[in-house]
Ligand binder design. Structure first.
Ligand SMILES: [Zn+2]
Length: 414
């Protein structure tokens, strides 16, 4: 059979799954897989439900990797790997999705019960329906389609369903990479469908480094009518905020893969100083959010920040300390000519008729964990990006069509 005939056969099969996928989403949502850290315990039940669902369909190659967590149900956080052998075992095509969901948040903002899926206007409303159950369902039904039709993917296919994505991945992907590094090969095709655009046009391949800094400026408090008796920490800190904008000039490289194409250095949070108007504050605290292109290291930025602080210290006779609140070095980008990117582009073009673009974002996706381990991963899905919001929904067509993109990739030769 030609590849086109095979694909149309699989595509038709996937269309017949539509109602089953909806039912699957409903069951998953009821299991309320909020992380123990956020006060939930449904992750285990969700993993067991998926395992049983697949086993009943005759899919037996399911590996469970438990990460010990005393807070969790049964003392562990379950991670699942479901495998389907392909024609070649040179590479594995991985589709990763996460089991956990974020809490519902303010219930008053929900129009319906967050954990009882409501189908309306081609959408499924409920917590987790988009993040990440849409892709989890697509991944599961990709495996099912090949299994039930008895068609072999070109390469081994594996879906990786991880715990703990929303609260740091220490019991999820990081645990797996630390304890089972041999599971992955550099040649593998790793797809992380956990971000994207409504038309499926974005393939995320790179992330900026993230650096959050807390600046404490110390002067001397005094009565506002006698400024000479003190040192105004607020005035000095205000000069510091302005001078920190020099970072934009010092770290001025551009990279068109990213939106925006530059490193950014933005003052954000400001802590309250004194409650009354007639006191000169002796202390000032503010924060800076830096998103750094992979061209620069966090160390380089910190050293320039120190120099800027020194100039303000000398000029205003204050003491300035800064503290690193968060520090994630940028990871090496997945090359835009990497097989995972090219295969996604082909599949997206075929199903959605869209020319997808590899892009970089400001940081914070789980794919960075793969990239840090030297594994080229790409992030893609077709979503409205309503994750973590009240009235979260998944568009059923996207769930079905993304499944076809995954299936298309499984049939591609490299
Ligand atoms: Zn997610």
């Amino acid at each position: 059979m030609s590849d086109n005939v095979l694909f149309s056969q699989i595509s038709k099969k996937i269309d017949t799954y539509r109602q089953q996928m909806i039912e699957f989403q409903k069951s998953l949502t009821r299991l309320k897989a909020i992380s123990p850290g956020s006060g939930g315990n449904g992750e285990w039940d969700k993993a067991m439900f998926i395992k049983k669902f697949l086993e009943e369909k005759g899919i037996k190659e399911i590996q469970q990797i438990d990460a010990p967590d005393p807070q969790a149900k049964n003392g562990v956080r379950p991670n699942l790997i479901v495998r389907l052998p392909g024609k070649s075992s040179q590479r594995t095509i991985w589709i990763m999705a996460h089991l956990d969901v974020v809490p519902e948040g303010d219930l008053k903002l929900w129009k319906t019960d967050p954990f009882e899926v409501i189908e309306k206007d081609g959408r499924l409303y409920g917590r987790g329906t988009e993040d990440n159950q849409q892709s989890l369902t697509s991944a599961v039904f990709t495996v099912l389609a090949f299994h039930e039709l008895g068609i072999q993917p070109e390469h081994d296919l594996a879906i990786l369903l991880v715990a703990d994505e929303e609260t740091g991945s220490n019991f999820g992907l990081s645990f797996i990479l630390n304890n089972h590094p041999d599971l992955f090969k550099k040649e593998d095709i790793i797809i992380v469908p956990d971000a994207g655009e409504p038309d499926g046009s974005m393939i995320e391949v790179a992330e900026k480094g993230i650096l959050w800094l807390k600046f404490t400026t110390k002067g001397k408090q005094c009565h506002a009518s006698l400024p000479d008796q003190g040192i105004n920490a607020f005035t000095a800190a205000s000069h510091l905020v302005v001078r920190l904008q020099r970072l934009y000039e010092i770290f001025n490289k551009k990279s068109d893969v990213f939106i925006p194409p530059i490193s950014t250095f933005e003052p954000t949070k400001k802590e309250a100083n004194i409650p009354n108007v007639n006191t000169i504050p002796g202390e000032d605290i503010f924060y800076l959010d830096c998103r750094i292109l992979p061209d620069y290291s966090v160390e380089q930025v910190l050293s320039e920040v120190r120099k800027i602080c020194d100039t303000v210290e000398t000029e205003f006779n204050v003491k300035i300390q800064f503290e690193v609140v968060q520090n994630e070095e940028a990871t090496p980008a997945t090359p835009i000519d990497a097989p995972v990117v090219q295969m996604l582009k082909k599949g997206i073009k075929e199903i959605y008729g869209v020319e997808a673009k590899p892009m970089g974002i400001g940081g914070g996706t789980v794919a960075a964990i793969f990239r840090r381990a030297g594994l080229p991963a790409a992030v893609w899905s077709t979503i409205d990006d309503v994750c973590h919001q009240p009235n979260e929904y998944c568009i059923i067509d996207n769930m079905v069509n993304d499944t076809k993109v995954f299936a298309h990739i499984c049939l591609q030769k490299i």
